[in-house]
Design a protein around this ligand. Structure first.
Ligand code: ZN
Length: 336
């Protein structure tokens, strides 16, 4: 983000450079409901709170990580670079208050994306890094020194035991990425699943930039199959509940229903007639029109219910529309 733009909430930007800002027009959005917001950050720019017993979560208001303090050391779950050095500050704060070790001995990777584990190298070479086998393959492909490959990998499940605590790691197929895992802490009634459901908020752009749309639509079902009360989704300022996942499922079901209606009712022919040999222009105009038609009722229903229901909806609807066509084969025509 250029430093002349200061983010406030919900996409509003305040002007730091009147000359620059007077040249562009920024859209207005619906206010973010109180239910989407979380606790205030401290003077370092983070909040750390207890999830349950010795499990804690950390946020910078945009990203989330978690850590488990034990008599044998700290297990850290993800290391987002935006939280960066505040991860160890948060751990130090909690460890000092409880008289337990502050040394991170294990670092669990939810998936390979740099925005969630790009501060991994801050914890040095002596940490045991754990992740899915595909995470190791994907990290080997890029060789980013900020994200050392996991030392310990698994294919379907792994029970991590540290200091008398158990963390169940599982892979149930691809969703947001091919390697995204479910992190279940049965002794803390907590499930961590990153970049699938953003509690209190509509999805980020292009349906959370998911590479596998059917897998991402199915993932909340897998998540709800586990017993838990607290959900760590990886983004924005608060933890989630089972109700947040159910609401997300209703939101997706409404998008899918409205996309099906748009595919069945928006006639592509006038767009081809208008643009002639510029086929891309015709296709774009058709898809934009169908996406806008599908998005409108979703925005109306979820404004005031989910934060930013009107911000990324068009790109999310487009990705789901294409998945219905390409993954599920809906709305396609066989030439007679
Ligand atoms: Zn991701």
């Amino acid at each position: 983000m250029p430093d002349h733009l200061i983010p406030v909430m919900a996409g509003h930007l305040v002007r730091a450079d009147p000359g620059f800002m007077s040249t562009i027009e920024l859209p207005e959005y619906a206010p973010v409901p109180q239910s989407a917001t979380g606790p205030a950050l401290n003077e370092h720019g983070y909040y750390v709170g207890r999830v349950e017993r010795n499990l804690y979560w950390v946020t910078d208001g945009g990203y989330q990580a978690a850590f488990l303090t034990t008599a044998d050391g700290v297990v850290l779950f993800d290391a987002p670079p935006t939280i960066g050095h505040n991860l160890q500050r948060a751990i130090d704060e909690i460890a000092a208050a409880n008289g337990v070790p502050n040394k991170v001995t294990h670092l669990v990777y939810s998936h390979h994306h740099a925005d969630h584990i790009g501060a991994s190298s801050l914890f040095g070479p002596d940490v045991v890094r754990i992740g899915h086998a595909e995470t190791k393959r994907l990290l080997a492909r890029t060789g980013d020194p900020a994200r050392p490959a996991p030392d310990l990998t698994f294919d379907t499940k792994h029970a991590l035991e540290v200091g008398g605590e158990t963390v169940n790691l599982a892979w149930h197929g691809s969703n947001h990425t091919p390697d995204n895992i479910y992190i279940h802490l049965p002794g803390h009634e907590t499930l961590m699943l990153i970049d699938v459901v953003v509690p209190g908020w509509a999805s980020f752009a292009a349906f959370n930039v998911n590479v596998d749309v059917p897998g991402s639509i199915a993932a909340p079902d897998n998540a709800l199959d586990y017993p838990w009360k607290h959900f760590i989704g990886g983004h924005l300022g608060r933890l989630g509940t089972r109700d947040d996942l159910t609401l997300h499922q209703h939101y997706l079901a409404d998008i899918v229903d409205n996309v099906r209606t748009a595919l069945a009712t928006v006639d592509p022919m006038p767009f081809y007639a208008r643009y002639g040999d510029n086929v891309w222009a015709a296709v774009k105009a058709y898809l934009d029109t169908a996406s806008a038609q599908a998005a409108a009722p979703v925005v109306e229903k979820y404004s005031g219910v989910l934060g930013a229901a009107d911000v990324f909806i068009t790109s999310t609807v487009f990705v789901i529309l294409e998945s219905l066509r390409l993954d599920l084969g809906e709305g396609l025509y066989i030439h007679p």
